[in-house]
Design a protein around this ligand. Structure first.
Ligand SMILES: C[S@@+](CC[C@H](N)C(=O)[O-])C[C@H]1O[C@@H](n2cnc3c(N)ncnc32)[C@H](O)[C@@H]1O
Length: 329
């Protein structure tokens, strides 16, 4: 896997990355427009709408429509437009709006390492924020890829996985001994399970009493209902070395239960290391969490991740990355 600074930037690869990322934030200057010949347009189409992965797991039709419309405004009048650009625009326009779609997260350079997730674009669906990927999850995935040794051969637990970007990234690239991805909302757990199946098609699925296992002789991924409000129900078999989570400190009412969960695992294994990433929306909520950690004899350090290394995420957001562990007396 090559980091992004090895990325050979040209207009076609930029457009491909934007399309996969679900971003309309692109522009084509007059120099680049000269390069967008018929064959370059074909290269773009082959890597995107004609790519078997995108055909199987399509992007949101509304996004496709806006992306192709924008592309046309640049191309028309400057280049002969490829017929398939018009054809795909029509297809997107004739597709009924979907509640869910697929997003494709390119890891590193090229299209060899992609995580595909079923998710929604909406902030809240059916009373949960867990059905889309949040910026902190992308940052945490990138940070994990820069810290593979931390996860290697470890028992890992993700809290509040949502649709699973960070957890699936760790499972796919960081060689944990075993990883448990958890959440508490049924729709989120169903999407999470589907996303594990999409990204690990060769693992065998097994329904267990309190979780779903995806397994091979080399790998175990578990999808588990783990509600922070109900620590008494957490199976004793869950005894992680590393816990992580992204965007899970967003509501004052979940601070206490979340800290209880961390405390439960720190009591099971006093060497457990916890990493929590988030975007600062409300500094007061984060402070409440930090004060609660103090009260529970859990210490924290602020750590940083300050550049896009393998995955692109928004560097402009105000963010935190905490390392938490038990104070050993
Ligand atoms: C803002 S989303 C973040 C999802 C994902 N980690 C990300 O960064 O994209 C917060 C997640 O925490 C989960 N969550 C909230 N309260 C929870 C609880 N009491 N127990 C377990 N998970 C919870 C939600 O279901 C949701 O998936």
């Amino acid at each position: 896997m090559l980091p992004l600074d090895n990325y050979e930037c040209n207009i076609v690869s930029t457009l491909i990355r934007k399309f996969y990322r679900g971003s309309l934030d692109y522009s084509i200057d007059s120099q680049d427009l000269l390069q967008m010949t018929w064959s370059k347009q074909e290269e773009f189409l082959n890597a995107t709408v004609k790519n078997p992965l995108i055909k199987r797991y399509p992007v949101k039709s509304e996004f496709g429509r806006l992306f192709f419309k924008k592309l046309l405004t640049f191309l028309e009048g400057s280049q002969e437009v490829h017929d398939d650009i018009y054809e795909n625009l029509c297809t997107f326009m004739n597709t009924s709006p979907e509640n869910f779609c697929y997003r494709h997260y390119i890891i590193g350079v090229g299209l060899n390492n992609i995580i595909t997730l079923k998710e929604t674009n909406n902030m809240v669906v059916n009373g949960t924020t867990g059905l889309r990927t949040w910026e902190a999850g992308i940052m945490l995935a990138d940070w994990a890829l820069c810290n593979i040794d931390l996860f290697k051969k470890k028992k890992v637990l993700e809290l509040g996985s949502g649709v699973g970007l960070a957890g699936i990234t760790v499972a796919k690239f960081c060689q944990p001994l075993r990883i448990t991805l958890s959440d508490c909302h049924n729709d989120v757990l169903n999407a999470l399970e589907e996303n594990v199946a999409i990204n690990f098609p060769s693992l065998e699925r097994q329904q267990k009493a309190d979780s779903i296992l995806f397994q091979s002789s080399e790998q175990t991924i578990e999808v588990m209902n783990l509600d922070w409000n109900d620590t008494s129900n957490i199976s004793n078999e869950v005894n992680p070395d590393i816990i992580f989570g992204s965007d899970i400190i967003y509501d004052p009412t979940i601070i206490e239960p979340l800290c209880d969960v961390l405390n439960t695992f720190c009591n099971r294994n006093e060497n457990v290391q916890v990493f929590i990433a988030g975007v600062i929306r409300n500094a007061e909520t984060l402070n409440m969490f930090l004060q609660k950690l103090d009260k529970m004899n859990l210490q924290y350090q602020r750590t940083t991740h300050s550049e896009n290394v393998f995955v692109e995420w928004d560097l402009k957001v105000q963010r935190y990355l905490l390392k938490i562990n038990k104070i050993l007396l």
